[in-house]
Design a binder for this molecule. Sequence first.
Ligand SMILES: [Fe+2]
Ligand SMILES: [Fe+2]
Length: 293
Amino acid sequence: MNAKVNISSRAGASFPVRRMNFDFEQVPQYWASESAGITHFLTALSALFPAGEKFFIDSVRAVRKHPLIKDDERLQKEISAFIGQEAMHTQEHVGFNASAQKYGHDVATLEKNTDTVIQTARKVFAKVVKPFGMTQEMVDLTATTALEHFTATIASQLLTNSHIQDLMTDQTMANMWYWHAIEENEHKAVAYDVYEGVFGQGIKAYTLRTSALVFAMTLIFLTQSYFVLRLLKQDQKLNLKELRMIYTYAYSPSKGIITGMTREMLAYFRPSFHPNDLDTNALLAKWKAKLGL
Ligand SMILES: [Fe+2]
Ligand SMILES: [Fe+2]
């Protein structure tokens, strides 16, 4: 592992907060198998994280003192560790994004755009569901549970899809993505447990969380795709070769990391769904050993 790992606090949660300190100084411009297409595809994802993960933290923090969960000691410890992990992810992605900026890829603007999209979407969605008695806090938390399901699913795909792993040729970047992927699966149930703890499992909670998933996935697809095209265009790499790479490793039926997510994403629509239904413990144990975490 080419990063200083410091397990800073466990504080009784079921997973630790690891303080990482990746050095992005030597990361090459096209760090993913020298492919501009795949590099920019992953950079576009990375651009979503600083504002996205801040939103997750704020959403959970806003309800953690709710009377229905404030005395749940186990959940409170999980929330603290969740906030700690997400804050560390943001810190490292900000570091990587700045290193991409250094090559002239304007990730700073994409980070700002992400914040605008999130703030606009959460307010619009809250307006739409207000007549049904749903609050801004409920909307924010359900958007977080939906997006946490997305991140946990893409993360488990990253840890299982050997085609995409073969493209992670820069060791620093590979380790950063694998570390993030492991932690997304370690804390995948936290926001969901908070949501259920506060809003229950009734028809209203089900309708909101499933419609939030559809809304959030549409938005994330449009935003990330726009970011990819923008990065490629600015870099004068918007051509068939790069688009074909993205199609093959993201969207093709046989190798695509996004298409590989379909079954797990659809599981969210089961009324009895819980993030821990998909047991990733063995997968995580294997990867933690591999990374020395
Ligand atoms: Fe994260
Ligand atoms: Fe997360």
